[in-house]
Design a protein around this ligand. Structure first.
Ligand code: IPM
Ligand code: MN
Length: 356
């Protein structure tokens, strides 16, 4: 039976990476049906809605979604893919490909994965005027001044739930266990600001400490997020799987991408209990839109994660090997990697390597 994958190309330069990447994956001859429901600007024109019911139904009925990047119009679909479908674990690998441009003196062998909680923390969408907090008589815990004294000022709400934390931390431990079976160290690092936020981040950390007891085969360590950032830059080889709350994970995954060659190479997959979707970690790159130079590596590697998820592990491995070979050879790279190849030329070269 064919697996059904919804494709949402996104905005600005994103479709330029998505279209040839889908062609590359399609050339592998797997039983995948690509479904392109109306989303974003075209949907607004044809259906009077950026995210028509038809698109939502197509996503829900599919085995997975392959998402580009959005500058706004496709955001309602993204919100559905995350919050609507409960994709709580955002998996962001930082793996160095020989030949990629890294600022590190010794990037070879860097290979770790950030698992970012994807639905909670400061991503509640709840912000407001501090005067509204008067009713709660909230005061600064350190200065003991009423928060409303700071007006004009705004607040944002950070919520860390027990269930949400447990889900993503367990996911990260299980991932570390699977990687250990493949020869990785079997280590989970938890990064939070538990010293300043003992009740929220401390809660996340406590749950990680508690779950660690169920994974005696996995070495567990916990760092304060700023210390973690320093360690990540200085000793990235020591990392295996890292778990952290949403906002830190957003920031640290872009930072990690910078260490191993930039956002042009950074894939991502978001997993829930019943659904998963795949998207590059980068944005829509409006500055290079229309020039056919966006690096499709992040999209292709997200595609490899999609293939793994669909059960096409051999095809995923072949795709990764083809991309690795191109970087090692260094001839057909895009401008962000110091090359002169176009997006489509890179994808052609991947197909050349794949023999498709
Ligand atoms: C990402 C992006 C998103 C996020 C934006 C587009 C909402 O930065 O996927 O990392 O912050 O999660
Ligand atoms: Mn981000």
């Amino acid at each position: 039976m064919k697996r059904r994958v919804v494709v949402i190309e996104g905005e600005d330069a994103s479709p330029e990476a998505m279209r040839p990447s889908v062609e590359v994956i399609d050339s592998l001859g797997l039983p995948i049906e690509w479904i392109r429901p109306p989303v974003g600007r075209p949907a607004l024109e044809s259906h009077g809605d950026l995210f028509p019911e038809e698109a939502r139904a197509a996503i829900d009925a599919a085995d997975a979604t392959f998402f580009g990047s959005t500058s706004g119009p496709s955001a309602p679909a993204l919100l559905h893919l995350r919050w609507g479908l409960g994709t709580y674990a955002n998996v962001r690998p930082a793996r160095y490909l020989e030949g990629a441009r890294s600022p590190l003196a010794e990037p070879a062998g860097v290979d770790f994965i950030i698992v970012r909680e994807n639905l909670e923390d400061l991503y509640m969408g709840i912000e407001g005027e501090v005067e509204a907090l008067d009713v709660l008589s909230l005061e600064n815990r350190f200065s003991h001044r009423p928060i409303s004294d700071m007006a004009p000022a705004r607040f944002a709400l950070k919520v860390i739930s027990e269930e949400g934390s447990r889900n993503v931390i367990r996911f990260a431990f299980d991932l570390a266990r699977r990687r250990r079976a493949e020869g990785h160290p079997g280590r989970l690092t938890c990064a939070t600001k538990y010293n300043m936020l003992p009740r929220s981040d401390g809660f996340f950390r406590d749950i990680a400490v508690e779950l660690a007891a169920e994974y005696p085969d996995i070495e567990f360590e916990s760092f304060i997020i700023d210390d973690f950032g320093h360690r990540m830059v200085l000793h990235p080889h020591a990392l295996d799987v890292v778990v952290m709350p949403n906002l830190y994970g957003d920031v640290m995954s872009d930072t990690a991408a910078g260490l191993v060659g930039g956002l042009g190479l950074a894939p991502s997959g978001c997993y829930g209990d019943d659904y998963a979707y795949f998207e590059s970690a980068h944005g829509t790159a409006p500055d290079i839109a229309g020039r056919n130079v966006i690096n499709p590596t992040a999209t292709l590697l997200s595609g490899a994660m999609l293939l793994d998820h669909l059960g096409f592990g051999d095809a995923a491995a072949a795709l990764r090997t083809a991309i690795e070979a191109l970087y090692a050879e260094g001839k057909e790279l895009t401008p962000d990697q110091g090359g002169v190849a176009t997006t489509t030329a890179f994808c052609e070269a991947v197909r050349g390597r794949l023999g498709t």
